[in-house]
Design a protein around this ligand. Structure first.
Ligand SMILES: [Zn+2]
Length: 406
């Protein structure tokens, strides 16, 4: 084929193959070259060549594997070498920036959480770059070779070009060229992803949905959204779009949403909206336990678990509203698993049955019968979501090729 002789195409094949081999070594290692050849469906000579390059770059290392019961010479196995390579994972959310240095096995080296005020005279881009520079200066003595920077945040993002169009909470953010600026500044690739999408990837790679091919992950927090994994791949991974269930209309006569619509799920199920509703309903129910402490998500969940009728009703109301939209998604995507990531998971015993009942009643029985509704393993804070972006770039070969080329 003519296309095969084009260098761009060959580079793409090399990248894909290297990524696939690295993934097998990372997930199965120690693994022999013969097994790699069989599992990756690549000729032994190709495996030898790829592995040689990875050994030279200190991305993999050799180790002895003694087959059980075998008396012969131990076979040579390959494992990933992770400690000599670091990356920075950054998470920006409402009022905070989390910065973490991790090695290539995603093990944490050092992590910090610092305030990032919603309003500040210094431009957003300058503030982020300054935070990153200062973090590197503070932790220079621990830093091994830096491979990449991964950033996760809420907002409308062009992930391919690293542009943040808009962010909730930070009103001065308009078309910020974060990816390109930071990449030029540091000389390493920068991966930017919507926080919910990246979190969905993290659960699939390291957390509660590991091994599942089809997953819906719903986040109920300051914002409401979902990530969908279909046939092992994140839906819309390379684009700016997200599965915007938060802006699906639940109540046509409901409150106006910042997106311009009325009665969106987010105006009903986000943390702020639920607390607002709880406040209104408390004023009508003086006997509720909720009056005993200042209202918060923690207290609402605790009161519900202690049997307070109003608190229970509010939490199951969240479950019903989310469950109704989830029932439609179940019919579309037929997932094996539904993950819920939310501070309301503290009252999972009330929230999850409400969601499950709704799905059972409103979606196809053949699809909903075996669905498990579970909690995410990670929370909406922290930097594991960024770790997933780096792992993904290693597995698809794009970051790996850069590291091989030194
Ligand atoms: Zn909306």
């Amino acid at each position: 084929m003519v296309a095969d002789s084009q260098p761009g195409h060959i580079d793409q094949i090399k990248q894909t193959n290297a990524g696939a081999v690295y993934r097998l070594i990372d997930q199965l290692g120690p693994v022999s070259r013969i097994d790699l050849s069989r599992l990756a469906q690549l000729a032994p000579a190709s495996i030898t060549k790829i592995v040689r390059e990875m050994l030279e770059a200190h991305l993999v290392q050799e180790t002895e594997i003694q087959e059980p019961g075998s008396r012969g010479r131990p076979a040579v196995g390959l494992m990933v070498e992770t400690e000599a390579w670091h990356y920075l994972s950054v998470r920006i959310n409402r009022g905070e920036i989390h910065l973490a240095l991790r090695d290539l096995s995603s093990k944490l080296v050092v992590e910090e959480t610092l305030p990032l005020p919603l309003q500040d005279p210094t431009p957003f881009l300058t503030r982020i770059i300054t935070h990153i520079d200062q973090f590197f200066i503070r932790h220079q003595h621990m830093l091994e070779r830096l491979t990449a920077i991964a950033i996760t945040l809420p907002g409308i993002i062009d992930t391919e070009n690293g542009i943040i169009f808009r962010m909730p909470f930070y009103e001065d953010v308009k078309e910020v060229q974060l990816g390109e600026t930071l990449s030029e500044h540091t000389g390493v690739p920068v991966y930017i992803q919507h926080d919910i999408s990246a979190w969905t990837m993290a659960e699939a790679l390291f957390g509660a949905s590991r091994g599942a091919r089809d997953v819906i992950q719903v986040v109920i927090d300051h914002n409401v959204g979902a990530g969908v994994i279909t046939d092992g791949r994140l839906l819309h991974a390379g684009s700016s779009s997200l599965v915007e269930i938060g802006h699906t209309q639940v109540d046509p006569y409901g409150k106006r949403c910042y997106c311009g619509n009325h009665g969106c799920l987010e105006t009903i199920a986000s943390v702020e909206s639920v607390l607002e509703l709880a406040q209104v309903r408390m004023n009508q129910s003086m006997s509720s336990m909720l009056h005993q402490q200042p209202l918060s998500v923690d207290w609402l969940c605790q009161a519900a678990l202690k049997g307070d009728l109003l608190a229970k009703d509010i939490i199951s109301g969240v479950g019903t509203n989310v469950g109704r939209i989830l029932a439609i998604m179940v019919n579309l995507f037929n997932p094996q698993k539904i993950l819920i990531g939310s501070p309301f998971n503290q009252a999972a015993d009330i929230l999850f049955p409400a969601i499950t009942d709704c799905i059972r009643q409103q979606s196809l029985p053949a699809y909903s019968r075996h669905i498990a509704v579970e909690s995410t393993q990670f929370s909406n804070r922290g930097t594991m979501a960024g770790a997933a972006l780096v792992k993904d770039a290693l597995y698809n070969g794009s970051l790996l090729i850069r590291l091989l080329q030194g």
